[in-house]
Design a protein around this ligand. Structure first.
Ligand SMILES: [Zn+2]
Length: 416
């Protein structure tokens, strides 16, 4: 069993050692010793739980900066989908490798993802060593005649999904209510229940979606999904901006997992997430970046800052969304929503750890580390990234990064 001993690192404000054995944190204390352990000098660094990015489309790295300053529907229909239609599995493979590189460099070790060419993503993620809940995108453009073909493809991909190791998990990602027919949504739900899988779906992202759903079904998007039986505790709903007051009761009743994407919502002008209402209903929130075309990066530090600022301006209350609370939306809340022993550095938890360089200029002075991380820092303050007990980055170097960057540039070129 591999062992890593992090010596003299700041943890919860105190200098301590952390022992990792296999993929778990097994000891925390002073003057720890372990034979055959790889020693990491933690001096001048702080140990924190690594980030879990709960909504993204990794290979959309390819589309960074390709189509900005547009509303969601023309953006999807005129710009994004035509290019995505031309992407090959190889493009997605390198796009995902590049996304993993960006995530590792910024201290992120789990992506709750939804994209095309499932195997291309899975292969890339397995090689890079992060965790991914890899959502198989289900989309029939409201034509349920496509369901038999979707069934066949989902079944086949699910059966093949186990060969990518423990860190890559299969999930089902019906895109949204405006792109997936009711029949297909219901089948997707049944398949997920039968095989104990998560569902990852965009819900109530725009006012247009909200109004169309009311017009077509007489219900809000959330109430509609509840009525057709989709909503349950295995459903990870991204965006969740346009909710009626009654919808919050549905979220609670179904123990729905809520993913807030502040930058994407602001960039696409989708609307303002009702942070205070979620808080008043005691509904935990996770945060995600969304894809690189609507963000345009995967930096969880930046995302935390926006997640903290948006509720303050929308309620004109600077006391809402504290740094401590927001830090949990990228660490403890995602881990709990996924039922994983993670999100905090403690004995018995998975060894998903980042070491922050306390000499990074954005972290000086260090009156309050969490405040610095949420309001001041960027991904470049991460010195070391460890996922599942494996070092993925040390001293900001990731193995094979030059090759990833050059191949990524190669696959991007012909898409222009
Ligand atoms: Zn999205």
């Amino acid at each position: 069993m591999e062992k890593i001993l992090i010596k003299d690192v700041i943890l919860d404000g105190v200098t301590q050692d952390i022992l990792i054995e296999g993929n778990l944190i097994t000891e925390i204390g002073n003057n720890l010793k372990k034979d055959n352990a790889l020693i990491i000098n933690g001096k001048g660094k702080a140990a924190l739980p690594a980030f879990y990015n709960m909504h993204t489309h990794s290979a959309m790295e390819i589309l960074r900066g390709y189509a900005d300053d547009m509303a969601l529907m023309p953006w999807l229909q005129d710009k994004i989908w035509p290019v995505e239609g031309k992407m090959t599995e190889e493009d997605v493979y390198w796009g995902t490798k590049f996304a993993c590189l960006e995530m590792i460099k910024g201290g992120t070790v789990l992506a709750n993802d939804m994209y095309w060419h499932w195997h291309g993503e899975a292969r890339a993620v397995q090689e890079m060593g992060i965790r991914m809940i890899n959502g198989y995108t289900v989309l029939d453009l409201l034509d349920d005649q496509k369901l038999p073909q979707i069934k066949e493809e989902v079944q086949k991909t699910f059966e093949e999904s186990h060969k990518y190791g423990d860190l890559v998990k299969f999930s089902l990602a019906p895109h949204a209510i405006y792109t997936v027919s009711e029949k297909t949504l219901i089948w997707t739900t049944e398949f997920a229940r039968k095989h104990d899988l998560n569902i990852h779906i965009h819900v109530a992202e725009t006012e247009h979606e909200f109004n169309e759903c009311k017009k077509n079904h007489g219900l809000t998007p959330l109430a509609y999904l509840d009525q057709i039986g989709v909503l349950d505790s295995n459903v990870f709903a991204a965006h969740m901006v346009w909710l009626s007051d009654d919808d919050f009761e549905i979220v609670k009743k179904r123990n729905l997992k809520v993913i807030h994407c502040p930058v994407s919502n602001m960039k696409l002008g989708s609307g303002i997430f009702r942070f205070q209402d979620y808080q008043e209903h005691n509904i935990p929130i996770c945060v995600g970046t969304d894809g690189c075309s609507s963000n345009n990066n995967l930096d969880m530090f930046e995302e935390m800052k926006f997640a903290a600022l948006l509720p303050k301006i929308s309620t004109r209350n600077p006391e809402i969304a504290s740094a401590e609370e927001i830090f949990k939306t990228t660490t403890l809340n995602p881990a709990q929503s996924l039922g994983m022993p993670a999100g905090e550095i403690k004995i018995g938890n998975l060894a998903d750890i980042i070491l922050i360089d306390l000499d990074n200029i954005n972290l000086i002075p260090n009156h309050n580390l969490i405040s610095n991380l949420v309001y001041s820092a960027h991904g470049d303050c991460v010195h070391t990234t460890i996922c599942n007990g494996k070092i993925l980055m040390q001293n900001r170097k990731v193995e094979g990064e030059e090759e990833i960057i050059s191949n990524f540039k190669r696959v991007v070129k012909p898409l222009k």
